[in-house]
Design a protein around this ligand. Sequence first.
Ligand SMILES: [Zn+2]
Length: 350
Amino acid sequence: MQTFALQTKLCFGENALDALSSLQAQRVLIVTDRFFAENGIAEQIGKRCGCEFRIFSEVQPDPALTLIAQGVQVMQDFSPDTLIALGGGSAIDCAKGMLSMSDKDACLIAVPTSSGTGSEVTSFAILSHDGVKHPLVNDALRPRMAILDASLLQKLPKSLIADAGMDVLAHCIEAVAAKNASPFSEAFAVCAFRKALELLPKSYRGDSSVRETVHCAATMAGVAFDSAGLGACHALSHAIGGTFHLAHGRINGILLPHIITLNAPACTPSYNGLAGMCGLSGIAGLRLAIMRVRKQLELPATLHEAGLERNAVLREAEAISEAAVNDPCTLTNPRPVTKSDYLALLRSAL
Ligand SMILES: [Zn+2]
């Protein structure tokens, strides 16, 4: 038996942030970074809730367990009934980490300000400790509500549009072929892929009118992979990112064409279906489309182009491959992947 559930209420369109005024929360803790604390947006979000609120603005990229512990302490002191995660995937994952480590229960609301991780609708969070990324997967981590407000996307830096956008494409490609894929997850993944592939270059070039659609596509991709699972691209990307601190989406963009080649024999109908629904000619067309959009987004094609020294990667290759094999995303890849497969993938991505 398979199941598919949409557990997060999505608020989107014009004035989506108005949803905050009907929360009926008593005590709200806003989990965000310095940027949103200093530009006043966190304060505005708190005021819209119409209740007592506090701002925890210490979120850093790749949230570490020490940061989570700091946040849990704030939860102990303030006793919020609602957490509002305001920011990119790191803010949302930090709030999820706080909820899972605290003995206090609170409702989680996600207000994503970048279009990529899909964390606003998933049961996944990525936390780091001592240079290793640890994926948390727990149904209780799915936000109760996600607010997709385009007004927060107007000043996105170009590099964030590119990195996060490539992550969306990776979520779609992995979700259509993953072990738990279903017609329902496929519908979300295909639609998100088609929109993101078409609109990301426009958004990157500065056309802010398409950003709301890309934002919704990122969330749709999150719905798809939350149900279907991910695969070897994310497993290896988590392992590389834990060691070298490169942007997650940037690594995915380097790995994706190699992953498509590796997995194609095990999921030809899924890849062909995705390609066909996007007007691409088969699996070769899918690979070419990824390489084309990667170029349009001015993203690197190899780890070396991304600034990593080949010898440094090779020195860590064994440990990275071992971490990838043990990553939960390996379990839902369409074909079994061994440590030597990951070593070969890593060498082809150099
Ligand atoms: Zn991802």
